[in-house]
Design a protein around this ligand. Sequence first.
Ligand SMILES: [Mg+2]
Length: 256
Amino acid sequence: MVTSVISDMDGVIYRGKQLIAGANEFVQKLLADKTPFLFLTNNAEQTPLDLKLKLESLGIHGLTEDNFITSAMATAMFLRQQKERAKVYVIGGGGLINELYNVGFSISESNPDYVVVAKSSTFSFEQLKKAVRFIDHGAKFIGTNPDMIDPVEGGNEPAAGTILAAISAATGKKPYIVGKPNALMMMLASRKLGVHPEECVMVGDRMDTDIVGGMEAGMKTALVLSGVTTTDMLNDFPYKPDYVFNHVGEIDFKSL
Ligand SMILES: [Mg+2]
């Protein structure tokens, strides 16, 4: 039985700066019914507060910071499970650094246990060189999310995956990447909600991230056609979602 909801945002709640039809009704229904839910994003730059403010600016009110999980949070949760105390060299923004502090890790350039990489708008050759040398000396190589590019106004912007690829090229090592489509991210989200994955439905607009990750985590999956996927594209994938909706406003969780 589905008791809880984990939902993607881009292509589900908004597209660019545009609220998607039915999205506010969807959120208000979750709040009114006291359905446990989380918005899940591969974005590691924005904090839960940034995301709450973004949704408020689109007219969605009543959310708290507890309603969000980012790939930065999931990465910190994962690393804390792996190691109680650790020194981390970070390529990424304040959001990621905060999450690593929150789990008791220290940020260090002296023999770090991990090199953790997210999208960084200030990425430099010096950082690339340091990351490569730390990994060559045995630091474990971690990525928050695999996205190569982020489509932004005016064109594409290189994202975490592009920086990970540069470090991989120089070290010959592959990173372990926590964000979608890794089902680990969905499992950590269900743990944050305090429910089993089987009790969750994963809502998203992408077959190759949201739907495959939710399916592999053991969740029910609901594809919405308000983002990048069209009905015609469904047959291109060797797996299918449990449900397909035009937009989130159509979903009645009690009937899933
Ligand atoms: Mg999406």
